[in-house]
Design a protein around this ligand. Structure first.
Ligand SMILES: O=P(O)(O)OC[C@H]1O[C@H](OP(=O)(O)OP(=O)(O)O)[C@H](O)[C@@H]1O
Ligand code: HPA
Length: 193
């Protein structure tokens, strides 16, 4: 029997599981320090589904603070590699974020459309501050400038080159999210869809 190996679709590995783990531990420590003052209320960690699910799960285990966790779903890429430019919020947060410090957790900030949309969405819901914690930042592709809310901060794990990457939550056409590393997808894979 010939089994198909998803690793064969990867051109290069950019970050190994060990590198991802080290960097996310640094980010978790930074967040712990920034939100640990006694008068600071517990942050609400809002993961952007689906891509942030693994990063969020590993990140929150390393944040040494009382916190709550929720998810929001925003979709803009569908089955392709190009942003629609107008992310649709297809699943709302369950928790009340009014008066709360929110940390939006993303797998990647690419054009900036998704975080731009979500920051104004959370602002309209009355959040006191919105920070963004993204594992990857791809500044070469930014088309939208976003501002954080209140005294929110931008936490970024790695600067991503201008290539379509998959793994550790990031997908192409909903596949490859389960790779334990992040790599560049072979162009022949997305060109044939
Ligand atoms: O900065 P942007 O250009 O907006 O791109 C970033 C967004 O794109 C991806 O989401 P996608 O819409 O593919 O949904 P997914 O999380 O379910 O993969 C990714 O998870 C980010 O949320
Ligand atoms: O490079 C990417 N990979 C997967 N999903 C994405 N969403 C925006 N950019 C990317």
């Amino acid at each position: 029997m010939v089994t198909r190996c998803i690793d064969d679709d990867i051109l290069t590995v950019l970050w190994t599981p060990e590198q991802l783990r080290h960097r996310l531990c640094d980010l978790a420590s930074e967040i712990t320090n920034d939100f640990s003052s006694p008068d600071s209320s517990s942050p609400v960690i809002v993961g952007v589904a689906t891509g942030a699910f693994l990063f969020l799960a590993d990140l929150v285990r390393n944040i040494k603070l009382p916190l709550t966790v929720d998810f929001v779903r925003a979709e803009s890429y569908g089955s392709g590699t190009v942003s629609s430019g107008a992310p649709k919020i297809s699943c709302d947060v369950k928790l009340d974020v009014a008066g709360k410090h929110v940390i939006l957790v993303e797998d990647i900030v690419d054009t900036g459309n998704t975080v731009f949309r979500l920051i104004s969405y959370l602002e309209a819901k009355g959040a006191t501050s919105v920070s963004v914690c993204t594992l990857l930042d791809k500044p070469a592709r930014r088309t939208v400038k976003f501002e954080l809310l209140g005294d929110g901060k931008f936490y970024s794990g790695f600067e991503c080159p201008d290539a379509f990457v998959v793994g550790y939550g990031l997908d192409f056409n909903e596949m490859y999210r389960n790779l334990p590393y992040i790599g560049v997808l072979k162009p022949e894979i997305y060109n044939r869809v």
